[in-house]
Design a protein around this ligand. Sequence first.
Ligand code: GLN
Length: 448
Amino acid sequence: LAYYFKQIEKHQHLNAFNEVFFDSATRQAEIVQQKMDSGKAGKLAGMVIGIKDNICYTNHKVTASSKMLESFVAPYSATVVEKLLQEDAIIIGRLNCDEFAMGGSNETSYYGVVRNAADQSRVAGGSSGGSAAAVQADMCLAALGTDTGGSVRQPAAFCGCIGLKPTYGRISRYGVIAYASSFDQIGTITSSVTDAALLLEVLSGADHYDSTVSTQPVPAYQSSLNQSGNPKKIAVLKETIDNPALDNDIRNAIEYAIEKLREQGHQITYVSFDLLDYLVPAYYVLTTAEASSNLSRYSGVHFGHRNTDAKNLTDLYKTSRAEGFGEEVKRRIMLGTFVLSAGYYDAYYQKAQKVRKLIKNKIEELLNTHDILLSPVTPTPAFKIGENIKDPLQMYMADVYTVLASLTGVPAIALPLTSNAQGLPLSVQLMAKHFNEQELLNLSYQFL
Ligand code: GLN
């Protein structure tokens, strides 16, 4: 723990942590030490883990990196936090992220941008940018993030880490500050597949506080890792690689990775996925709609920032929300309110739901005949701070490869490949059938 405290101190300029839990982490470390001494420690004994600042930990602040929740203290712990502590992990602090997890660069955070340790003039990615940078710079062993449309996988990719988004419904969302509830999933950022497997094993499973969690039994992901298994049928999504917007170094690194997979005995086929253009629009219509509804609770009445000199109730709502939310969050609330409004509901929200269904069918069809789908994680390596933030559409378009698994709910993992000439990490993404995390982890383990 002392080592990680030092690492955090040393890398303060990266701005990965919104708060370090010196006291509670130290106390927990003492308890775990005693348990270890008496041979009774849990599966995660001594693992030092950071949590994204949208996951509740009782009696600790949780802000979603928003002014709106600047002084909000969690009244209870998220199920994942309970599970971590039960297995004797040490929670070292809360990690910076985009405001309410809305963004792809950590630049919408009220607490400022997170810098990439590979090049400090560049972003760490988002929205779980703090989680990725913290693992990248060894400020904690592993971190939890949330992934609604790529927020675990994209920052992991930008920082050379492993980012796992499990199947929708694998891990309880109880105690996570909601962004878009039919997409939100907790995921892990780690530097080894073994850690990802172990964490998934601990975090997964039914929870009576979240009715969307599956009751499917949780496999022993980690101890099954060694079973190299049969050769896999891997489908490369052709249009994602042929895309002219894809960075050349990423394309080359992925082609090299495909060769390696072939040499390992897997069967590679290039398949057509012609719905690429529909992914980003469908994702942003649906997630902003859900966000506008989820964020209506921040009214300045029950909790959240409150304007103190409002003249009446309506004024209180208006001024509190105007002051508490940042620009990107407001943009999404407005967009979401628009697509849900009576006159436009059919044209946008309902249409997007149909498109989501179409995409799901297509992916299920592909996964009926293949074990794994392969695509890039991001169109480019980590970009410069300030480069995309002025152009929201450009920022949204960069989510094209990650939102596929989010729209369909399938598990997906971002794996680090080599770095480009500037030392920026490059990556590849694998997806599997619903609840087939084991296959994803095994292949990743074998591949890396
Ligand atoms: N970049 C995507 C967005 O802004 C993903 C966010 C997320 O997964 N939380 O919506």
